[in-house]
Each structure stands twice: as C-alpha cells, then as structure tokens.
Design a protein. Structure first.
Lengths: 261, 481
C-alpha cells in the first residue's frame, strides 16, 4: 500500500481549475519529484495535502486513512510535514524556539503542569530541546552552538532554508513535502541540498515528495518523477523518460517545441 | 551571502550574516534599556518576584500615607491587568480592544455576589472561582466569532463588545422581566453598585489600604508567574509562532484556533480577577471605571514597556500611574516640563553648543523683554518654573488671556518654522518659540493641571515611541524575510 495516495483530486479557485482529476501515489521510502511549468499546480498539490486548501473533490489517503478536509495541524499529526517555497519561518523567534515550537503536537503537558512547572513538564521541555538541537545538528555546525539563541532573521538565506527543514522534521513526520528546497541557492548549495535529500531518506527514513525547478537536483535524487501541467499529471516515470516525453516538452516550451500528432 | 562565500579568515560569528543584520545587532547591543532588560533576564524569576514583593511591601512599613499606598496599589493593579492584555496582544499578537470589558465583568460579578444589591454575600474565594470561570467563559465566547478575524477586523469586533458592555452597564436600570412585577434595576446604571463587601479570606477581612496592597501584590505575583510559565511552554511558543506566521504555525502542528481561544480565555480570566479585586478595594463599581480611557492606558502600558515583555509591563504601569500623580503638583510639573524641554533640545540638536546657544539666546531675549517691555513677571511658578518666570513679562492684567495668545503663537510659530528654508533659521526661530512656550506654561498651562497632565503624558509617549518604537524592554521586531 502506498504511504500517500491522492485519488481523483480536483480543486478550483473561482473559474480556474487548478487541479483536475489528479491522482498520484507516494510509496514508503520513495523520493518522488514533482515538476512542471509555473502555474502547473505543484504547490497547490502540496497545499491540498497539508490541509491549507480543502479539495473540491477526490480523496487523500495517508497510510490508508482519509485526511482530506482535516485542519493543517491534524494533517501534521498524521505524519506529514512540509517546507514552504517562500520561507515561512518565525523570524523574530530564536533558532532553537523555531524548531522546538514545531514539537507542539508531540508534547503532552497540560495547562496545570505548565503553570506549576511540574517535573514531568520540565523533563518534556528538556527532551524536546535536546531533540531540536539534535535535528539542527543534522546540518553540521551551521545552525548550532551560539546560533541556537539568535533570532532566525540573523541567519543567511541558505541557513534559513536549513532551519525550515529542521523545523519540519521536529513534527516527527513520515512523509516530508519539500517545496523547491534548492530555490535561490548557489550551485554548491544546490549540490548540498541534493545530498541532503538523500541523507534524509537514508539516515532519517523519511519518504519525500519534493517540487523542484532545478532539473539537476531532480535528475540526481528522484526515484520517480511526475510532471504536472494545468493541474493534471502529464507524464510519470523515470526522470529520463519524463523529460523526453513530448507532452512535457510541449508543456515547457509550447507546441512549437515538438511536432505532435 | 552564505557561509561558503566567506573567506576562511572571517571570524566565525560573522559567518552568514549580512550587513543589515550586523548593523541592526550593533544598534540593539548599544542600547541601555536592552542591557537593563538582559540584566533582568539573568536574575532568577523567583528572586525577581521576591524583589517586587519586598519593594512594594516596604511602603506600608515606611509610610502610613494612604495616598502613597493607594498609588502603589494602583501600580500593582494596573500591572496585573496589563499583564493579561500582554498575553493576548503581546504574546499572541491579537489586537483585543474589548479587554477592559472583562475587567468590568469581574467587577460587576463581585458586586452581584458581595453586596446588598441582590442580597447575596458569597465567601470571597467562591466569588473568585465564579469570576475566573465567568471571565474565561466570556473570553471564550468573544473569542469564538473572532477566530476568523485578524488585525483590524478583530480590533473592531472586540471594541464593539466593550462598547456594548459599557452601554448595558449604564442603561439596564429598568428592565421588565417576566417573573417580576414592574421594571428591575440590573446594574445600578451610572450610579453603579455601592457598599460592596470587603475581601474576606481565611477568616481575615481586608479593611485598610495596607491589606489591599498585600492582596494586590499577591495578585500581581500570581499573574506574573502564570504569564512567565506560559511563555516558556509550548503554549507560549505557539502564541509567538502564530503571531509571526499563523499559517506556518498551523502547518507545523500547532492548533492555532485553540491557541487563540486560550489567549482570550487566559487574558479574560486575569482581567476578571483584577476587576474583582478593584471592585472590593473601591467598595463600588461604576460603568465609567471600565471605559475606553482605561483601555487606552492599558495599551499605553504594554506598548511603552514593550509588547510581550513581562518586566516592561511593570515599568510601564509604574510610569503611567506615578508620572500623572507627580504632575499634580505645579512645582514638580514645571520642573519636569522645563527639564524635558531642555533635555529634548540637547538630545535633538547636535552639536551640543548650538542647543546651549538656543537656551542662552532664549534667556537673553527674556532679559531684554524684562528690560524693555511693559508688564510684570507672572506671579506664579514653583521649582524650575519660578526661575524661568524671572525672564517672562505679562503685559496687562489678564495672565490667562496672555497665556492663551502665547500658546496660539507657539503653535503658529511651530507650524511656520517647518517651512523655514535653512537649519540656522530654524534654530533662530526656536528662541522666540521657547520664550513664548515658557510664557504659555507659566501663565496658563501650569494653572490647568488636569488638562496639562494629559497633554504632557501624551507628548512623553510620542517622544518615547519615537526614540524607541519597540518599547522600553521590547525587542525590535523584524518584518522582512
């Protein structure tokens, strides 16, 4: 059984059909790349999965149970975490608080325990902080040490992207949705992102669905690629096959790009 | 700019920071108030509470002046009330303009259960539980429709709630209920409900200002502890996260609607407890105790102290309660006024000798006026005001009229001086401006303390917020990504 399955999903904004009868499956342990020209509906797919938009029709099954229509935090509780294309960090909070805050759903202390700072509450806080530091350590020394207590806005762009991934991991997801993880990165950093996605699967055991415009990243790391255009899947399969698909070339370059029919 | 782009010789703490961030941090670090805030942070919280308690409770030991004790009690009361607002507006970033209605609900609830108005006299601790529950319930009810509203819309919806509350409290005096003959008075109207019982806890009845001071300080310590502990929990982090980016907070697993409701509930419960204590202390409740001016004071306190800062609330309450009291005295008010004017001149005009020249020029103009203009120096003035009075002349025998004219002239000159082409001319124009301002103050403004007080507090707030928009202990917030 697939870890995540979208069945005949549709979504429109006013008269604009953004997703049309879209179906896809993400297998456990897989790295699936989602590509497509601007406006193809890639980010909408992620927004629908993570509960930001409610689909007009169709089903979303996470590990076999339906999650369509759940609020974002409930979706997160089912084991789906994401990052954003345009970063959405809590920029005035410290680096460590950014990550620890995402542990909300896993903390069990109630209000009485919080107000009286019971030993159980303190233990939980300490555990969460330790886990957050651990996750930040995943990125080497860049966002650890003295940086933990600095506000997130003092980080460089690449480090902000790393922080956002660490924050998503703090929710203990099984499935990680990455929206253009390499956007705005230089070639060296892009290379690093590629390795990072691989490491997330190898060391963390996460299943990954990612959107990316950098075809180098997509080619290097995806097990499978899915191309979207006008809210529909136009091609699916191995990277080499998908990018050679006339439908994909047409979507990117227009009908002049290839003689069709 | 990223880590990799930096040459290896760069200091590690400078890696990955851009110019703007470095410049900003430098600005923050140099700041005195930030340094004080950081120093306070290093003091253990329990010790901070002990210091506050000791400082407040030292007053009854050293003075039996009820006026002074009442001011200290008011500082504690306002700090408790503002602390609740700080949870809602500071931590969670919800612009709740209906906040003081909950203070009123607490006050009226106490009045209902502890007076002859309904003939009910419940033990204080029972009323306390009821008030906390009622506050929380109403906070929840107001929070419910507000869940879909943010920013300005939330502000207007909650302000409506406050206005309805004040209106009901004022006008529900002749209500026909199905089970009574004739109309019933539900709120006492503008005359309020009077002769409330004193607090009675553990067989001890509070009757003096000292007793209430102890109770108010106790309330403040409880409220501070709750706020402090919430702040350092998943709830506090959730509030700050949703203030920063509500969507991201929700996607990262935080139930944002529940967190907002929780902020309302906590804020309202704290406001209810404060209102109840206030009602018992005053011995009566009136609708205008819970009106918009108090709301403005509360927001002034938390904005002045720095949104989301707990020490800031204390300092803000202290300033906004104590300064108006100091200004009641004409001499002190004059000294503060002239002190503030001279300080502003020396802060705003650089190099300093130019500020000194302006002050000296004003003095010379004043001496010349005394020598050559007909009229007498104004007969009033204490403190610095008496000294400044020596260089003023009042033509004719109607100082009030002279003061009014001088004040209008000040405004006119101020307006015109904006259009002066060069800085030198502006500095020169300051000389007659200051002289006229002094004339207006000594003859008119200082004689009308109730108005002048508010004017001065307003000006002080404007000036403070200009120099320090984040508030005294607030951290400068960044809105860019």
């Amino acid at each position: 059984m697939a870890l995540l399955e979208l069945r005949n999903l549709s979504k429109s904004f006013g008269g604009l059909q953004v997703l049309e009868d879209l179906s896809l499956q993400v297998e456990e342990g897989e790295i699936l790349g989602l590509i497509g020209p601007n406006g193809a509906g890639k980010t909408t797919v992620l927004n629908v999965i993570s509960g930001i938009y409610k689909p007009d029709g169709g089903e979303i099954l996470m590990d076999g149970s339906p999650i369509a229509g759940l609020a974002p935090h409930q979706v997160t509780a089912r084991g789906i975490a994401r990052t954003f294309q345009t970063l959405r960090l809590f920029i005035n909070m410290s680096v460590i608080d950014n990550v620890v805050s995402a542990g909300y759903g896993q903390m069990r202390s109630n209000l009485a325990q919080i107000i009286f700072r019971t030993p159980a509450f303190r233990r939980e806080e300490a555990e969460m902080r330790a886990r957050a530091e651990d996750l930040l350590g995943f990125f080497g020394e860049r966002i650890t040490g003295y940086r933990l207590d600095q506000p997130a806005y003092s980080l460089s762009y690449a480090n902000r992207r790393r922080l956002e991934i660490a924050r998503a991991l703090m929710t203990s997801p099984r499935l990680l949705l990455l929206d253009e993880p390499a956007a705005g990165m230089n070639p060296a950093e892009t290379q690093e992102v590629t390795q990072l996605i691989g490491r997330l699967r190898e060391e963390g055991g996460y299943t990954i669905l990612f959107i990316e415009h950098d075809m180098g990243v997509v080619a290097d790391i995806s097990d499978r690629v899915m191309a979207l255009d006008h809210g529909r899947v136009i091609s699916e399969g191995h990277y080499d096959d998908v990018v050679a698909d006339p439908a994909v070339i047409e979507a990117y370059l227009g009908t002049g790009g290839v003689a069709r029919k | 700019m990223t880590d990799r782009d930096q040459p290896p010789t760069t200091k590690p703490e400078l890696l990955g920071r851009d110019e703007w961030v470095s410049e900003h941090d430098q600005r923050v670090r140099r700041d005195t108030w930030t340094a004080i805030g950081a120093a306070i942070e290093r003091v253990p919280f329990v010790l901070r509470l002990a210091i506050i308690a000791a400082a407040a409770l030292a007053f009854p030991i050293f003075t039996d002046n009820n006026y002074v004790l009442r001011i200290v009690g008011t500082v504690a009361l306002f700090a408790s009330l503002a602390m609740g607002l700080n949870l809602v507006a500071g931590f969670a970033g919800l612009l709740d303009l209906g906040y003081v209605a909950f203070y009123g609900i607490g006050g009226y609830a106490y009045a209902y259960f502890s007076s002859d108005f309904l003939g009910i006299h419940l033990p204080t601790w029972v009323t306390l539980l009821i008030v906390v529950a009622l506050g929380a319930l109403f906070g929840w009810l107001l929070g419910l429709p507000s869940m879909r509203l943010t920013g300005d819309y939330l502000a207007i919806a909650t302000l409506g709630f406050l206005l309805v509350f004040i209106q009901l409290a004022t006008s529900l005096t002749r209500v026909s209920l199905p089970w009574t003959d004739g109309p019933v008075d539900l709120t006492g109207g503008p005359n309020g409900i009077v002769n409330l019982d004193d607090f009675s806890l553990f067989g001890f009845t509070a009757s003096t200002v000292e007793h209430y001071l102890v109770i108010l300080v106790g309330l403040l310590l409880v409220v501070m502890t709750v706020a402090h502990n919430l702040d350092r929990s998943r709830v506090g982090r959730g509030w700050r996260a949703l203030r920063e980016n509500e969507l991201a907070a929700n996607v990262m697993g935080m139930p944002t609607k529940r967190l907002k409701l929780l902020a309302f509930v906590f804020g309202s419960a704290i406001a209810g407890m404060s209102g109840m204590t206030f009602a018992a202390w005053q011995g009566a409740v009136f609708p205008n105790n819970f009106a918009v001016p108090l709301l403005i004071t509360m927001y002034s306190i938390i904005v002045l102290g720095g949104l989301g800062s707990i020490p800031g609330v204390l300092v803000g309450s202290f300033i906004l309660v104590v300064v108006p009291e100091l200004l009641r005295d004409v001499g002190l008010a004059s000294t503060l006024f002239y002190g503030a004017v001279i300080l502003t001149l020396f802060v705003a005009i650089k190099p300093r000798w130019q500020a000194a020249a302006v002050v000296a020029g004003t003095a010379l103009v004043g001496i010349a006026a005394r020598l050559f203009l007909p009229g007498e120096p104004p007969g009033v003035g204490e403190g610095l005001g008496a000294l400044v009075g020596q260089i003023l002349v009042v033509p004719g025998n109607d100082p009030q009229l002279v003061g009014n004219i001088a004040f209008m002239a000040v405004l006119g000159l101020l307006f015109l001086s904006v259009y002066l082409p060069t800085r030198t001319l502006k500095l020169v124009a300051l000389v007659p401006l200051l002289w006229l301002l002094a004339l207006a103050w000594n003859t008119r403004l200082s004689q009308d303390p109730s108005v002048t007080r508010l004017l001065l507090i307003g000006l002080t707030l404007v000036a403070l917020m200009n120099f320090r928009p984040a508030g005294l202990f607030g951290r400068t917030r960044v809105e860019v990504m």
